[in-house]
Design a protein around this ligand. Structure first.
Ligand code: HEM
Length: 418
């Protein structure tokens, strides 16, 4: 597969989207802008043993591919690491990498536990947990916001929902961080693989326990449900727990951390939030657009598809970069401005179409609780140490964000419950 010749294309081709370092070392804004304007369907050359793949950068094209699960499948992987390998061993069993009627049935089953109505009962717990952690950090005056605050909230929430005992949640958090991205560049692919296996083994045991003695949690629901008259197998349940614990933890956490960094860089926006000049729900959408923690997802073409006068051939990989679509000026006014009051904001951080994020309501709820708590307990904050990015070609954000808080004494004093 060749690309048009010319210096610009050569320069664009030098950017290796498979390498996590690309996202730490480069300012990719000009790259994405050029792709959106001049090469909306761009061929990323093969690297080493990895095949080449298409890069989709415009918002409208992303909707087209996301919604079309007839001509684009998730069953050969949905992120670069599996797409490049050419398969996902959980295909047809784990929701995110299952298509067709089975996807619909499994999604309907899981939605029972993740619908807004079902989640009302966890909302209060999320708010209490967030208030406790933020109050502790603000009273101390200094904290690594990533490690001491944001890290604790999603893992506790999804852990409680699944039925993971609180005493095991730290252990899973550590494995999660190794499985998808890493705070440590020295970590090998084998370490990530081992971490993923440990998570699976952990859930194997828990599923067996819940089959024998059901409780009020998602694992028990799955362990005692049927799909087309057949109970889910233990493997099916374990794989979906795995995907929920990974999906439910890291993305929301990275969005909250990025929000705090953005406030330190845009004090005017922090002022708008604190002075209640913007709606909380509107602010949450902008935090999601701005942070876009999952940079890409992807599909494999099942048929030849024409797009922008080029042909995506059946069997080729198509990657969808929400990190670019969420800055597309065809859709967003002034997309490089962090504007908490942005109302035209159909951001794509949760994807779109049949695989639209199952945890979107939960993710929004967690970020909302964080923004509300921060503005109640702190009047401001600044970065007071080294900020460290995570190491990933899939997720974007910070593994460490040392913060010095200015307390809001009145807000803290009024919070007798924390
Ligand atoms: C799917 C992002 C929070 C569980 C997705 C997709 C995106 C996404 C982009 C689409 C994947 C695709 O099209 O291939 C995010 C972001 C979050 C978040 C940005 C937080 C800020 C959560 C939470 C959960 C979760 C809290 C846990 C319940 C899932 C699952 C899917 C999914 C199970 C697969 C849905 C399907 O295939 O039908 N997420 N997610 N996510 N997410 Fe999330």
């Amino acid at each position: 597969m060749s690309v048009r010749t010319g210096a610009a294309v050569e320069e664009l081709s030098a950017v290796d989207l498979t390498n996590p370092r690309t996202f730490e070392e480069r300012d990719l804004r000009p790259y994405w802008r050029t792709l959106r304007d001049e090469h909306p369907l761009f061929w990323h050359d093969p690297r080493g043993d990895n095949p080449g793949f298409w890069v989709v950068s415009r918002y409208a094209d992303m909707l087209t591919v996301f919604r079309d699960n007839k001509r684009f499948t998730s069953e050969q992987g949905n992120v670069l690491v599996t797409l490049l390998a050419g398969f996902d061993s959980a295909a047809g069993r784990m929701l995110a990498v299952t298509d067709g009627p089975r996807h619909k049935d499994l999604r309907n089953l899981l939605l029972k536990s993740f619908s807004p109505r079902a989640l009302r009962r966890v909302e209060e717990r999320v708010i209490q947990n967030t208030r406790r952690l933020v109050a502790q950090a603000v009273r101390r005056g200094e904290a690594d916001f990533a490690v001491d605050v944001a890290e604790r909230i999603p893992i506790n929430t999804i852990g409680d929902l699944l039925g993971v005992p609180p005493s095991d949640q730290d252990f899973l958090l550590r494995l999660n961080k190794q499985a998808l991205s890493s705070n440590d560049e020295g970590q090998s692919d084998e370490d990530a693989w081992l971490a993923r296996n440990e998570i699976l083994l952990y859930f194997n045991d828990l599923v067996a326990e819940r089959r024998a003695k059901p409780q009020e949690d998602v694992i028990s629901v799955l362990a005692n449900s049927e799909l087309n008259g057949e109970p889910l197998t233990e493997d099916d349940i374990v794989l979906n727990c795995y995907s929920l614990i990974l999906g439910g933890d890291e993305t929301s956490r990275l969005s909250m951390i990025e929000a705090v960094r953005a406030f330190t860089q845009h004090p005017d926006q922090w002022g708008r939030l604190r002075n209640r000049e913007v709606e909380l729900d509107t602010a949450v959408e902008e935090v999601l657009r701005w942070s876009t923690p999952a940079m890409h997802f992807g599909r494999t073409a099942l048929a030849d598809v024409e797009l922008h006068d080029r042909t995506i051939s059946a069997g080729e990989i198509v990657t969808l970069w929400m990190t670019s679509a969420n800055r597309d000026d065809r859709v967003f006014d002034d997309p490089y401005t962090f504007d908490l009051g942005r109302v035209q904001n159909k951001q794509l951080a949760f994807g779109y179409g049949p695989h639209f994020c199952l945890g979107a309501f939960l993710g929004r709820l967690e970020i909302r609780a964080m923004l509300d708590t921060l503005r109640t307990f702190s009047s401001g904050f600044e970065i007071n140490g080294e900020v460290r990015p995570i190491h990933s070609n899939f997720l974007s954000g910070l593994g460490s964000l040392p913060i010095r808080f200015t307390p809001d004494e009145a807000g803290l004093a009024a919070a007798a419950d924390v």
